[in-house]
Design a protein around this ligand. Sequence first.
Ligand SMILES: C[S@@+](CC[C@H](N)C(=O)[O-])C[C@H]1O[C@@H](n2cnc3c(N)ncnc32)[C@H](O)[C@@H]1O
Length: 328
Amino acid sequence: MVTGRACDPPKPGLIYDLYAGVFRPQLISLALRVDIFTPLAEEPAAAATVASACGCSPAGIGHLLDVLVTMNVLTQRDDGYALASSAATFLVRGRPAYAGDLILAWTGPEIWDSVERAVRTGQPAPFEEYHEQDAWLESYSEWRLANSLSMWQAAVIQPQPDRPRRLLDIACGCAIKSFALAQRDPALHVTCVDTARVLPVARALAERMGLLVQATFVEADLLTASFDANFYDACLLGQITDYLTPAQNQDLFRHVHAALRAGGTLVLDVPMTSAQAAEWTQIVSLLLWTNGGGGTHSFDDYLNWLVQVGFGQVRQVGERWLVAVKPG
Ligand SMILES: C[S@@+](CC[C@H](N)C(=O)[O-])C[C@H]1O[C@@H](n2cnc3c(N)ncnc32)[C@H](O)[C@@H]1O
């Protein structure tokens, strides 16, 4: 008989789950390291051709190619193995939206050594995040458009094509959240702020969406930048306030408050701590704390920081959406 306390029997499935998730990422990492995708970039190829281009064993590459087919990264056809469109877009080194460095970073030892160092010492242990490659992935996330429109609706920022307005998107990434609104509102102008590495991704997305005339791209460090005063109707801080410490958030909110015109709205899109913490939220919080001392903050923390710098009407309008208004 299998032993264990009746009320809480041991669950082998939980233990299997704790390590089995590593298999797929490690195999993609191996495929990137041997660069299995480049020989397939132009046309389908047989296993022997790929093996020769990669300088690997034909038998080994044959196995790896078969695994990648089952993972939907490749397809198998009469004329050989071929890249699925996701692999052709994101996994071929040298292509604009290549995201392989991001995968290699998360599957390699350095980030996890940083986490261990931070856990042992209590000090941040920064690591490279490849924000631009993350932005490329995000810029192809179709579902984001509808989700972002729901966010703007919850924040009561509706398209108003007869009223010119300015939206400041700080740490914009690919800026898809702002562009979703701009696409519905030709009178909306978006100022996209991020680093020099990420802004080309936002520009490329604006071009794909036909929004170049509605967008301006500003390279700036959000920790030191100041913006035109009393100028913007709205500001979006999407998935950035959890990167920041309490003091950095207070500084940023002060700058945003100054940049908004009276009656302007600040929207935060960020996970907030709640009574029932989700596993993913806790993992992200640990990683952000490791990288720069940030972490998931609570609604009450944001409320205090926002009120301190002069915001009013601070409301949570979705699981991860918060709105605040600069009083008139
Ligand atoms: C998780 S992404 C969020 C992107 C987007 N706002 C969204 O909601 O999807 C964080 C972004 O913050 C940018 N970022 C981080 N630190 C920054 C800084 N000090 N100055 C400007 N941008 C920064 C990164 O380049 C990255 O694009």
